[in-house]
Design a binder for this molecule. Structure first.
Ligand code: MG
Length: 388
């Protein structure tokens, strides 16, 4: 049994290798919040790291990094230091009376899981598989997938996709918008024609929200013949009924991301027929163990599952690879190798293998090494909060 001795909040600012643009905002530096949990158990002190995947601005959801740091300092840290936690399984429950802020909460749960498992010598993939009611072992490698942001023009987009395909990525998701970048049917059509074998998907981040349903359906029907794995979140985040109608008007499977902020919303969306593919993000669902519950719900109903990403550092991407190793994930997700986003990452390595997969780390905790020097260089604010 371990108790929380303290939590360190570290705000980092990391330059991206290339500026990022999507319907959910654009940025050239990743402003992120890391959480370091220090636990004390019978074997001594153990530490673990978690990452809040909130974006620098409230452009994906209402959460953003600066606010996540503030709510963490003011509410989440005091609750957890006062809760006398004995296990990572208690983190989400302890934080449940603080409403909202799922991404900030996720960072704490991930840090405590990482610390606990490093002390026990257990990998996060095994831990999450044991938490799943499927009772199946984690897969040893997950298909890598790259998400390509909105490009200024088609040539630029094709050059970028080519770079990733040459590196070995076999799954490509394009950010699309009816208003920005090349027309989606042109961009996706060109990628499909040039690389007929890649698993191709599209993500609108709600960009079709302002159109009438008929207009959105008409524009998105133009993608029907391209064999897309799915189109993610075409309409607004609260429009489950609209998505249910749209899903009947187009042939491409509809996937929901922003709309699915809880287990209950996933269940509602499935009952309505609002999606046939579910994007799972621990941060959106308030933690990795909550994400396992959503995985189980979908796997039980044989709903297609993909794991989503938030342009995270290696700290969160390693945990995401562990989550993505659960047996129910049957579509390639947004799991990219070290080097995809950052000039200097904060944890790794996650290596793209010759068969287009990433090996699931088998070491204790998230199974990757946190680069303390890189964190020190990227840190622009840090503060340690000690119990008692
Ligand atoms: Mg998405």
């Amino acid at each position: 049994m371990a108790t929380a001795e303290g939590f360190e909040l570290v705000r980092v600012r990391l330059p991206l290798a290339e500026a990022w643009a999507s319907g959910a905002g654009s940025f050239s530096h990743r402003d992120s919040l890391l959480v370091r949990a220090v636990l004390r158990g019978p074997a001594g002190e153990a530490e673990g790291w978690g990452e809040c995947p909130a974006l620098p601005a409230p452009s994906y959801s209402s959460e953003y990094t600066e606010e996540a740091a503030r709510v963490s300092e003011r509410f989440l840290v005091p609750v957890l230091l006062g809760a006398e936690l004995s296990s990572a399984r208690e983190v989400a429950g302890a934080l449940s009376h603080v409403k909202g802020h799922p991404m900030a909460k996720t960072a704490f749960e991930a840090a405590v899981i990482d610390a606990e498992l490093r002390a026990e010598g257990v990998s996060m993939a095994s831990y999450l598989a044991r938490a799943s009611e499927l009772a199946l072992p984690p897969v040893p490698a997950v298909p890598a997938g790259v998400t390509v942001g909105l490009a200024g023009h088609l040539g630029q987009l094709l050059d970028e996709v080519e770079r990733y395909v040459v590196q070995g990525y076999r799954s490509v998701k394009l950010k699309i918008s009816p208003a920005l970048g090349p027309p989606p049917h042109v961009a996706l059509g060109a990628v499909r024609e040039r690389w007929p074998e890649v698993v191709l998907a599209a993500d609108a981040n709600g960009a079709y929200e302002g159109l009438s349903l008929d207009e959105a359906a008409s524009q998105l029907s133009a993608l029907d013949g391209l064999g897309l794995a799915c189109i993610e979140q075409p309409l607004g985040e609260d429009d489950l009924v609209g998505h249910a109608r749209l899903a009947r008007l187009i042939r491409t499977p509809v996937c929901l991301d922003e709309a699915l902020g809880s287990h209950g919303l996933v269940e509602a969306a499935l009952r309505l027929g609002a999606c046939s593919v579910v994007n799972v993000k621990a941060g959106r669902l308030g933690g990795y163990l909550g994400a396992v519950r959503v995985h189980d719900l979908c796997a039980r109903r044989e709903v297609a599952l993909r794991l989503g990403g938030m342009v995270e550092t290696g700290v969160a991407r390693a945990a995401n690879v562990a989550l993505g190793s659960l047996a129910g994930f049957n579509l390639p997700g947004d799991l990219s190798a070290t080097g995809r986003f950052f000039v200097e990452d904060l944890a790794g390595p996650l290596t793209l293998q010759a068969d287009g997969t990433i090996a699931v780390p088998t070491g204790a905790g998230s199974g990757v090494e946190v680069d303390r020097g890189a964190i020190d260089r990227a840190a622009c604010w840090r503060r340690f909060f000690r119990a008692g």
